[in-house]
Design a protein around this ligand. Structure first.
Ligand code: ATP
Length: 248
């Protein structure tokens, strides 16, 4: 049976500053319980696509000028980011974005701000984050700005988890991290997906690692989807091998 579609992006166009057409009709879907990779080189439009979904383009003078974005079949274009979080969708921005002057634990707690639940529940959720990210438990009293790049990425994902999301939009989680840490972070993404059914749409330039962990992939070039398919098939595709995996 075909998995239920959670997120559906239909033929969206995005224009910056009223003139620069950056997405030229992008369509993609994310299945419930899936890990979907959005691949492509620098400037292909991955970040723009994620920001279009979570309605974060306004501050960059960007707007969706065509197409539609549906979550569970409902249009979400008019929801602000915190309304979207309440629907279950949260974005982890590229470059990590922890509050540097707060401790790791304080950062995690900020992730629960949209929820009206008691302290007991928040404590349980914090414990759950620490189970997935033992390093964050060790560093919980440290000021986030003094933790490593990998720990800050973990902190950003952990903070997102505190909102109890159904889907996480993860932008370039591998950026600037050593290979071993990239493996560690993708391994946790996989665990969260398998154990808790969290769905992911992850934007990655690191095609190799993304296609090992994702179920399905879309490849963007200059604002257009040029190829999509099950990750296992994309990994074996000669063009993907040549242009994105650096082998031929
Ligand atoms: P990266 O890995 O560098 O983030 P990306 O695939 O995520 O790449 P985007 O950041 O979405 O790509 O950028 C897509 C295109 O849009 C690029 O050509 C970029 O220069 C342009 N762009 C991004 N933000 C703006 C903006 N605020 N104003 C004008 N152009 C922008």
């Amino acid at each position: 049976a075909k998995a239920e579609t959670l997120l559906e992006v239909n033929n969206i166009e995005v224009i910056y500053n009223h003139v620069i057409l950056v997405l030229k009709g992008v369509s993609l879907t994310v299945a419930k319980g899936g890990i979907t990779a959005l691949l492509g080189g620098n400037g292909a439009g991955k970040t723009t696509t994620l920001k279009a979904i979570s309605n974060l383009l306004h501050s960059e003078r960007g707007e969706v000028t065509k197409g539609s974005i549906l979550y569970r079949g409902d249009p979400v274009a008019d929801l602000n980011p915190s309304e979207l979080v309440q629907r279950g969708v949260i974005q982890v921005m590229e470059g990590r974005h922890c509050f540097e002057h707060l401790t790791v634990e304080e950062n995690l707690l900020t992730g629960a701000y949209t929820r009206r639940v008691g302290k007991g529940q928040i404590d349980a959720d914090l414990e759950r984050v620490y189970e997935y990210f033992p390093r964050l438990r060790e560093r919980r009293k440290s000021q986030a700005g003094y933790t490593s790049g990998g720990e800050q990425q973990m902190c950003a994902i952990g903070r997102a988890l505190m909102s109890r999301p159904e889907m996480i939009l993860l932008d370039e989680p591998s950026m600037g991290l050593a290979p071993q840490l990239v493996e560690e972070i993708f391994g946790i993404v996989k665990d969260l997906n398998e154990a808790e059914g969290v769905s992911f749409l992850l934007a990655e330039q690191n095609t190799n690692v993304a296609l090992r962990f994702a179920h399905y992939g879309f490849i963007l070039e200059s604002g257009r989807v040029v190829m999509d398919g099950p990750a296992a098939e994309l990994r074996e595709n000669p063009d993907v091998k040549e242009f994105y995996l650096g082998m031929s």
